[in-house]
Design a protein around this ligand. Structure first.
Ligand code: RB5
Length: 145
């Protein structure tokens, strides 16, 4: 599985930490920026990453801003994206098992680094359960038109 990762300045430090984890664990990733702690606009980075997920450049995406809120809202505007802002491992697992989430959002100023890694490793292992959840996820797609 190839993971896309992107952030604004508020998520930059956590993004760099997560990249070290990916390298240590041999997890393939593409970094969609930002590339420094200089102030940028989170919709630009969320959009770029979300569009890469939809284009199939990467299998799933991890988006990070200060709270994770702004970037998750931006990502969810891209048709086909189901981006879940998670601060715990249970929600991260459920966002895939029940909601077939294809993106995870994290708050770089909210979650600690170790918790972020636990959330990511749980999220990466999770698989969509389908069945009744498929019907519900399809109804989300119907809203998009
Ligand atoms: C940037 O200061 C901050 O607003 C942004 O990272 C994010 O938290 C927005 O939701």
């Amino acid at each position: 599985m190839k993971i896309g990762i992107g952030s604004d300045h508020g998520g930059f430090e956590l993004k760099e930490y997560i990249k070290e984890y990916f390298e240590k664990e041999d997890i393939e990733y593409v970094d969609y920026g930002t590339n420094s702690a200089e102030s940028v606009d989170y919709p630009d980075y969320g959009r770029k990453l979300a569009e890469a997920v939809i284009a199939g450049e990467v299998d799933r995406g991890i988006a990070i801003c200060g709270t994770g809120i702004g970037i998750s809202i931006a990502c969810n505007k891209v048709k086909g994206i189901r981006c879940a802002l998670c601060g715990d491992t249970y929600s991260a697992r459920m966002s895939v098992e029940h909601n077939n989430g294809n993106m995870l959002a994290l708050g770089g100023r909210v979650v600690g680094k170790d918790l972020a890694i636990e959330i990511i490793s749980t999220w990466l292992k999770a698989k969509f359960e389908g069945g009744r959840h498929e019907r519900r996820v399809n109804k989300i797609s119907d809203i998009e038109g």
